[in-house]
Design a protein around this ligand. Structure first.
Ligand code: ADP
Length: 374
Protein backbone atom coordinates (compact mmCIF):
# COMPACT_ATOMS: atom_id res chain seq x y z
CA UNK A 1 0.00 0.00 0.00
CA UNK A 2 1.10 3.58 -0.72
CA UNK A 3 0.76 6.43 1.78
CA UNK A 4 0.42 9.95 0.37
CA UNK A 5 1.27 12.73 2.82
CA UNK A 6 0.30 16.24 1.80
CA UNK A 7 -1.33 19.13 3.66
CA UNK A 8 -3.22 20.30 0.56
CA UNK A 9 -6.46 18.33 0.25
CA UNK A 10 -6.71 18.78 -3.54
CA UNK A 11 -3.23 17.33 -4.05
CA UNK A 12 -4.12 14.35 -1.91
CA UNK A 13 -7.32 13.62 -3.77
CA UNK A 14 -5.90 13.98 -7.26
CA UNK A 15 -2.80 11.86 -6.57
CA UNK A 16 -4.93 9.23 -4.88
CA UNK A 17 -7.25 9.04 -7.87
CA UNK A 18 -4.42 8.63 -10.36
CA UNK A 19 -2.71 5.90 -8.38
CA UNK A 20 -5.94 4.05 -7.74
CA UNK A 21 -6.70 4.16 -11.45
CA UNK A 22 -3.46 2.23 -11.87
CA UNK A 23 -4.59 -0.36 -9.35
CA UNK A 24 -2.46 0.76 -6.42
CA UNK A 25 -3.91 0.64 -2.94
CA UNK A 26 -3.65 4.11 -1.43
CA UNK A 27 -3.90 5.61 2.04
CA UNK A 28 -3.63 9.35 2.85
CA UNK A 29 -2.43 11.59 5.67
CA UNK A 30 -2.77 15.38 5.75
CA UNK A 31 0.10 16.07 8.16
CA UNK A 32 3.46 14.67 9.21
CA UNK A 33 2.08 13.75 12.62
CA UNK A 34 -0.83 11.80 11.12
CA UNK A 35 1.60 10.04 8.77
CA UNK A 36 3.79 8.89 11.69
CA UNK A 37 0.77 7.44 13.47
CA UNK A 38 -0.23 5.53 10.35
CA UNK A 39 3.30 4.20 9.73
CA UNK A 40 3.32 2.79 13.25
CA UNK A 41 0.28 0.67 12.41
CA UNK A 42 0.78 -0.27 8.76
CA UNK A 43 3.78 -1.44 6.73
CA UNK A 44 3.67 0.70 3.57
CA UNK A 45 5.60 -0.18 0.42
CA UNK A 46 6.02 3.48 -0.45
CA UNK A 47 5.36 6.92 1.07
CA UNK A 48 4.88 9.92 -1.20
CA UNK A 49 5.83 12.74 1.08
CA UNK A 50 5.29 16.47 0.59
CA UNK A 51 8.36 18.34 1.85
CA UNK A 52 6.71 21.62 2.78
CA UNK A 53 4.08 21.13 5.42
CA UNK A 54 3.17 23.20 8.47
CA UNK A 55 4.20 21.40 11.66
CA UNK A 56 6.58 18.55 10.86
CA UNK A 57 8.05 18.91 7.41
CA UNK A 58 8.71 16.00 5.05
CA UNK A 59 12.37 15.56 6.02
CA UNK A 60 11.55 15.42 9.71
CA UNK A 61 8.90 12.82 9.02
CA UNK A 62 11.41 10.71 7.03
CA UNK A 63 13.98 10.86 9.82
CA UNK A 64 11.43 9.85 12.40
CA UNK A 65 10.23 6.94 10.25
CA UNK A 66 13.79 5.66 9.81
CA UNK A 67 13.68 4.21 13.30
CA UNK A 68 10.41 2.30 12.84
CA UNK A 69 10.70 -1.43 12.33
CA UNK A 70 7.45 -1.43 10.30
CA UNK A 71 9.10 0.93 7.79
CA UNK A 72 12.25 -1.18 7.32
CA UNK A 73 11.51 -1.76 3.65
CA UNK A 74 9.48 1.37 2.96
CA UNK A 75 10.67 3.69 0.20
CA UNK A 76 10.04 7.44 0.15
CA UNK A 77 9.43 9.80 -2.77
CA UNK A 78 9.66 13.45 -1.72
CA UNK A 79 7.54 16.05 -3.45
CA UNK A 80 9.45 19.30 -3.28
CA UNK A 81 8.82 22.75 -4.67
CA UNK A 82 12.44 23.44 -5.50
CA UNK A 83 15.53 21.43 -6.30
CA UNK A 84 17.55 23.27 -3.66
CA UNK A 85 15.56 21.69 -0.88
CA UNK A 86 16.77 18.31 -1.95
CA UNK A 87 20.26 18.88 -0.65
CA UNK A 88 18.60 18.31 2.72
CA UNK A 89 17.48 14.87 1.76
CA UNK A 90 17.69 13.12 4.99
CA UNK A 91 20.89 11.36 5.86
CA UNK A 92 19.25 9.46 8.65
CA UNK A 93 16.97 7.53 6.34
CA UNK A 94 18.49 4.22 5.34
CA UNK A 95 15.37 2.15 4.78
CA UNK A 96 13.72 1.01 1.52
CA UNK A 97 15.03 3.79 -0.74
CA UNK A 98 14.73 7.50 -1.45
CA UNK A 99 13.79 9.56 -4.46
CA UNK A 100 12.20 12.90 -5.26
CA UNK A 101 9.96 14.67 -7.74
CA UNK A 102 9.71 18.42 -8.10
CA UNK A 103 6.37 20.16 -8.12
CA UNK A 104 4.28 20.55 -10.19
CA UNK A 105 4.20 16.78 -10.30
CA UNK A 106 4.61 15.14 -13.69
CA UNK A 107 2.23 12.24 -13.23
CA UNK A 108 3.94 10.01 -15.76
CA UNK A 109 7.28 10.32 -14.02
CA UNK A 110 5.67 9.74 -10.66
CA UNK A 111 3.96 6.59 -11.95
CA UNK A 112 7.22 5.34 -13.39
CA UNK A 113 8.98 5.83 -10.07
CA UNK A 114 6.13 4.24 -8.11
CA UNK A 115 6.21 1.19 -10.37
CA UNK A 116 9.98 0.89 -10.05
CA UNK A 117 9.83 1.04 -6.29
CA UNK A 118 7.10 -1.58 -6.27
CA UNK A 119 9.21 -3.87 -8.42
CA UNK A 120 12.23 -3.39 -6.14
CA UNK A 121 10.03 -4.05 -3.16
CA UNK A 122 8.70 -7.29 -4.67
CA UNK A 123 12.21 -8.43 -5.53
CA UNK A 124 13.58 -7.70 -2.11
CA UNK A 125 10.59 -9.54 -0.60
CA UNK A 126 11.47 -12.56 -2.72
CA UNK A 127 15.13 -12.33 -1.73
CA UNK A 128 14.19 -12.22 1.93
CA UNK A 129 11.98 -15.30 1.41
CA UNK A 130 14.80 -17.17 -0.31
CA UNK A 131 17.20 -16.20 2.45
CA UNK A 132 14.73 -17.41 5.06
CA UNK A 133 14.24 -20.79 3.36
CA UNK A 134 17.99 -21.20 2.98
CA UNK A 135 18.57 -20.46 6.65
CA UNK A 136 15.83 -22.92 7.60
CA UNK A 137 17.37 -25.57 5.36
CA UNK A 138 20.81 -25.09 6.88
CA UNK A 139 19.31 -25.33 10.36
CA UNK A 140 17.45 -28.55 9.30
CA UNK A 141 20.72 -30.14 8.14
CA UNK A 142 22.45 -29.17 11.18
CA UNK A 143 19.61 -30.68 13.19
CA UNK A 144 19.73 -33.93 11.19
CA UNK A 145 23.49 -34.10 11.80
CA UNK A 146 23.00 -33.64 15.54
CA UNK A 147 20.29 -36.32 15.55
CA UNK A 148 22.60 -38.73 13.76
CA UNK A 149 25.41 -38.15 16.26
CA UNK A 150 22.98 -38.65 19.09
CA UNK A 151 21.70 -41.81 17.46
CA UNK A 152 25.18 -43.28 17.06
CA UNK A 153 25.91 -42.74 20.73
CA UNK A 154 22.57 -44.28 21.82
CA UNK A 155 22.98 -47.17 19.38
CA UNK A 156 26.48 -47.98 20.64
CA UNK A 157 25.20 -47.92 24.18
CA UNK A 158 22.21 -50.12 23.33
CA UNK A 159 24.46 -52.61 21.58
CA UNK A 160 26.98 -52.65 24.40
CA UNK A 161 24.43 -53.44 27.11
CA UNK A 162 23.36 -56.90 25.87
CA UNK A 163 26.92 -57.65 24.80
CA UNK A 164 28.22 -56.97 28.31
CA UNK A 165 25.47 -59.18 29.76
CA UNK A 166 26.37 -62.02 27.39
CA UNK A 167 30.02 -61.73 28.40
CA UNK A 168 28.99 -61.92 32.05
CA UNK A 169 26.79 -64.99 31.51
CA UNK A 170 29.54 -66.77 29.57
CA UNK A 171 31.91 -66.28 32.52
CA UNK A 172 29.27 -67.58 34.93
CA UNK A 173 28.64 -70.50 32.57
CA UNK A 174 32.28 -71.43 32.63
CA UNK A 175 32.20 -71.63 36.42
CA UNK A 176 28.93 -73.60 36.49
CA UNK A 177 30.30 -76.03 33.87
CA UNK A 178 33.41 -76.54 35.98
CA UNK A 179 31.20 -77.31 38.95
CA UNK A 180 29.05 -79.62 36.83
CA UNK A 181 25.97 -77.62 37.92
CA UNK A 182 23.74 -78.37 34.93
CA UNK A 183 20.55 -76.56 36.11
CA UNK A 184 22.53 -73.32 36.60
CA UNK A 185 24.24 -73.83 33.25
CA UNK A 186 20.81 -74.09 31.63
CA UNK A 187 19.62 -70.94 33.44
CA UNK A 188 22.63 -68.90 32.31
CA UNK A 189 22.38 -70.23 28.78
CA UNK A 190 18.76 -69.12 28.58
CA UNK A 191 19.63 -65.63 29.84
CA UNK A 192 22.55 -65.34 27.43
CA UNK A 193 20.22 -66.46 24.64
CA UNK A 194 17.72 -63.71 25.52
CA UNK A 195 20.45 -61.06 25.39
CA UNK A 196 21.69 -62.45 22.08
CA UNK A 197 18.14 -62.20 20.71
CA UNK A 198 18.06 -58.56 21.78
CA UNK A 199 21.37 -57.96 20.07
CA UNK A 200 20.15 -59.70 16.97
CA UNK A 201 16.98 -57.57 16.83
CA UNK A 202 18.94 -54.38 17.31
CA UNK A 203 21.32 -55.25 14.51
CA UNK A 204 18.41 -56.30 12.27
CA UNK A 205 16.75 -52.91 12.89
CA UNK A 206 19.97 -51.08 12.11
CA UNK A 207 20.35 -53.05 8.90
CA UNK A 208 16.74 -52.26 7.96
CA UNK A 209 17.39 -48.56 8.43
CA UNK A 210 20.31 -48.64 6.05
CA UNK A 211 18.28 -50.72 3.58
CA UNK A 212 15.48 -48.14 3.70
CA UNK A 213 17.99 -45.30 3.16
CA UNK A 214 19.50 -46.99 0.14
CA UNK A 215 16.11 -48.12 -1.25
CA UNK A 216 17.07 -51.75 -0.83
CA UNK A 217 14.35 -52.95 1.54
CA UNK A 218 12.97 -55.93 -0.35
CA UNK A 219 9.58 -57.58 0.03
CA UNK A 220 8.62 -61.16 -0.49
CA UNK A 221 4.85 -61.18 -0.74
CA UNK A 222 2.71 -64.29 -0.79
CA UNK A 223 -0.64 -65.52 0.55
CA UNK A 224 -0.74 -66.38 4.26
CA UNK A 225 -3.17 -66.64 7.14
CA UNK A 226 -3.00 -63.51 9.32
CA UNK A 227 -5.00 -65.15 12.15
CA UNK A 228 -2.46 -67.96 12.49
CA UNK A 229 0.38 -65.46 12.37
CA UNK A 230 -1.22 -63.36 15.11
CA UNK A 231 -1.81 -66.41 17.34
CA UNK A 232 1.83 -67.41 16.97
CA UNK A 233 3.08 -63.92 17.81
CA UNK A 234 0.79 -63.65 20.85
CA UNK A 235 2.07 -66.98 22.15
CA UNK A 236 5.73 -66.00 21.83
CA UNK A 237 5.24 -62.54 23.34
CA UNK A 238 3.22 -64.04 26.18
CA UNK A 239 6.00 -66.52 26.91
CA UNK A 240 8.51 -63.77 27.52
CA UNK A 241 5.96 -61.55 29.30
CA UNK A 242 3.80 -64.02 31.26
CA UNK A 243 2.35 -61.27 33.46
CA UNK A 244 0.51 -59.87 30.42
CA UNK A 245 -2.83 -61.08 29.14
CA UNK A 246 -3.00 -60.45 25.41
CA UNK A 247 -6.52 -60.72 24.07
CA UNK A 248 -7.48 -60.83 20.41
CA UNK A 249 -10.82 -60.00 18.82
CA UNK A 250 -11.90 -60.27 15.19
CA UNK A 251 -10.36 -62.29 12.38
CA UNK A 252 -9.68 -62.18 8.67
CA UNK A 253 -11.87 -64.59 6.70
CA UNK A 254 -9.37 -64.99 3.84
CA UNK A 255 -5.63 -65.37 3.38
CA UNK A 256 -3.96 -62.07 2.79
CA UNK A 257 -1.27 -61.28 0.23
CA UNK A 258 1.68 -59.50 1.88
CA UNK A 259 5.20 -60.06 3.21
CA UNK A 260 4.51 -62.29 6.22
CA UNK A 261 7.84 -61.72 7.99
CA UNK A 262 7.63 -57.96 7.59
CA UNK A 263 4.00 -57.84 8.81
CA UNK A 264 5.09 -59.97 11.77
CA UNK A 265 7.87 -57.46 12.45
CA UNK A 266 5.33 -54.61 12.59
CA UNK A 267 2.94 -56.47 14.90
CA UNK A 268 5.80 -57.54 17.18
CA UNK A 269 7.01 -53.94 17.30
CA UNK A 270 3.53 -52.66 18.27
CA UNK A 271 3.16 -55.40 20.88
CA UNK A 272 6.60 -55.03 22.48
CA UNK A 273 6.07 -51.27 22.66
CA UNK A 274 2.61 -51.83 24.18
CA UNK A 275 4.28 -53.84 26.93
CA UNK A 276 7.41 -51.71 27.30
CA UNK A 277 5.55 -48.41 27.59
CA UNK A 278 2.97 -49.77 30.03
CA UNK A 279 4.84 -50.73 33.18
CA UNK A 280 2.64 -51.94 35.99
CA UNK A 281 -0.23 -52.92 33.67
CA UNK A 282 -1.18 -56.44 32.61
CA UNK A 283 -3.40 -56.14 29.55
CA UNK A 284 -2.98 -55.63 25.84
CA UNK A 285 -5.82 -55.90 23.33
CA UNK A 286 -5.47 -56.74 19.67
CA UNK A 287 -8.39 -55.93 17.39
CA UNK A 288 -8.66 -57.15 13.81
CA UNK A 289 -11.26 -55.61 11.49
CA UNK A 290 -11.93 -56.09 7.80
CA UNK A 291 -13.62 -53.45 5.72
CA UNK A 292 -13.56 -52.48 2.03
CA UNK A 293 -11.11 -55.21 1.11
CA UNK A 294 -8.66 -53.94 3.72
CA UNK A 295 -7.64 -55.23 7.11
CA UNK A 296 -6.86 -53.16 10.19
CA UNK A 297 -4.83 -54.53 13.09
CA UNK A 298 -4.91 -52.35 16.22
CA UNK A 299 -2.85 -52.93 19.36
CA UNK A 300 -4.18 -51.21 22.46
CA UNK A 301 -2.29 -50.75 25.72
CA UNK A 302 -3.11 -49.05 29.01
CA UNK A 303 0.28 -47.52 29.58
CA UNK A 304 1.88 -44.10 29.74
CA UNK A 305 0.22 -42.73 26.59
CA UNK A 306 1.53 -39.95 24.34
CA UNK A 307 0.69 -36.24 24.23
CA UNK A 308 -1.23 -35.09 21.12
CA UNK A 309 1.59 -32.94 19.73
CA UNK A 310 4.07 -35.83 20.04
CA UNK A 311 1.80 -38.40 18.43
CA UNK A 312 2.49 -37.13 14.93
CA UNK A 313 6.25 -37.60 15.43
CA UNK A 314 6.46 -41.13 16.79
CA UNK A 315 6.79 -42.64 13.30
CA UNK A 316 9.73 -40.35 12.49
CA UNK A 317 13.25 -41.72 12.29
CA UNK A 318 15.14 -41.56 15.62
CA UNK A 319 12.16 -39.91 17.36
CA UNK A 320 11.68 -40.77 21.04
CA UNK A 321 9.38 -38.92 23.44
CA UNK A 322 11.94 -36.88 25.33
CA UNK A 323 10.20 -36.78 28.70
CA UNK A 324 10.12 -40.57 28.96
CA UNK A 325 13.16 -41.64 26.95
CA UNK A 326 15.45 -42.00 29.97
CA UNK A 327 13.10 -44.52 31.57
CA UNK A 328 12.85 -46.85 28.58
CA UNK A 329 15.53 -48.37 26.40
CA UNK A 330 15.18 -47.87 22.67
CA UNK A 331 16.56 -46.37 19.50
CA UNK A 332 13.48 -44.66 18.10
CA UNK A 333 13.59 -46.59 14.84
CA UNK A 334 11.08 -49.43 15.31
CA UNK A 335 8.01 -47.38 14.41
CA UNK A 336 9.83 -45.69 11.52
CA UNK A 337 10.63 -49.10 10.03
CA UNK A 338 7.06 -50.26 10.68
CA UNK A 339 5.63 -47.22 8.90
CA UNK A 340 7.92 -47.84 5.93
CA UNK A 341 6.88 -51.51 5.72
CA UNK A 342 3.19 -50.65 5.87
CA UNK A 343 3.49 -47.85 3.34
CA UNK A 344 5.24 -50.23 0.97
CA UNK A 345 2.17 -52.46 1.28
CA UNK A 346 -0.05 -49.59 0.14
CA UNK A 347 -1.19 -49.11 3.72
CA UNK A 348 -1.29 -46.57 6.52
CA UNK A 349 -0.18 -46.51 10.15
CA UNK A 350 -1.54 -44.40 12.98
CA UNK A 351 -1.90 -43.90 16.69
CA UNK A 352 -4.68 -42.82 19.03
CA UNK A 353 -3.49 -42.03 22.49
CA UNK A 354 -4.28 -40.24 25.73
CA UNK A 355 -1.47 -39.27 28.04
CA UNK A 356 -1.60 -41.37 31.18
CA UNK A 357 -4.32 -43.65 29.83
CA UNK A 358 -2.71 -45.61 27.04
CA UNK A 359 -2.24 -45.86 23.30
CA UNK A 360 -3.63 -47.69 20.31
CA UNK A 361 -1.23 -48.25 17.42
CA UNK A 362 -2.77 -49.57 14.22
CA UNK A 363 -2.04 -50.34 10.61
CA UNK A 364 -4.38 -50.77 7.69
CA UNK A 365 -3.39 -52.65 4.53
CA UNK A 366 -5.20 -54.02 1.48
CA UNK A 367 -6.10 -57.73 1.80
CA UNK A 368 -4.21 -58.15 -1.44
CA UNK A 369 -1.29 -55.80 -1.46
CA UNK A 370 0.06 -55.71 -4.97
CA UNK A 371 1.59 -52.25 -4.72
CA UNK A 372 5.31 -51.95 -4.69
CA UNK A 373 7.00 -55.29 -4.42
CA UNK A 374 10.47 -53.93 -5.10
P1 ADP B 1 11.84 -47.12 20.67
O1 ADP B 1 10.75 -47.77 21.44
O2 ADP B 1 12.99 -48.01 20.38
O3 ADP B 1 12.26 -45.81 21.28
P2 ADP B 1 9.93 -46.81 18.47
O4 ADP B 1 10.20 -46.29 17.10
O5 ADP B 1 9.33 -48.16 18.58
O6 ADP B 1 11.32 -46.72 19.23
O7 ADP B 1 8.99 -45.75 19.19
C1 ADP B 1 9.28 -44.37 19.11
C2 ADP B 1 8.80 -43.64 20.35
O8 ADP B 1 7.37 -43.64 20.40
C3 ADP B 1 9.23 -44.30 21.65
O9 ADP B 1 10.51 -43.87 22.04
C4 ADP B 1 8.14 -43.82 22.61
O10 ADP B 1 8.46 -42.54 23.07
C5 ADP B 1 6.92 -43.73 21.73
N1 ADP B 1 6.04 -44.94 21.84
C6 ADP B 1 6.01 -45.99 20.99
N2 ADP B 1 5.08 -46.89 21.37
C7 ADP B 1 4.48 -46.37 22.47
C8 ADP B 1 3.41 -46.81 23.33
N3 ADP B 1 2.77 -47.98 23.11
N4 ADP B 1 3.08 -46.02 24.37
C9 ADP B 1 3.72 -44.84 24.58
N5 ADP B 1 4.72 -44.37 23.82
C10 ADP B 1 5.10 -45.12 22.77
Amino acid sequence: MILIVDDTPENLTSLKKVLERHNFEVDTASSGEEALKKVLKTAYVLIILDVQMPGMDGFEVAEAIAGYSKARETAIIFLSAANTELSFITKGYSSGGLDYITKPVDINILLLKVKTFYRIYEQSRKLIEVQKTLLEEIEFRKRAERKKDEFISIASHELKTPLTSVKGYVQLLERSVDKGDIPTVKKHLKKAQLQLDKLNNLIADLLDISKIESGKLKFNKKYFNLNTLLDGIVEVIHQSNPEFTITKTGHVPVDIFADEMRIEQVIVNFLTNAIKYAPGTTEVHIKVTVENERVTVAVRDFGIGIQPEQQKNVFDKFYRVEETSIHFQGLGIGLYISAEIIERHGGTVGVNSTLGEGSEFYFNIPLISTTETA
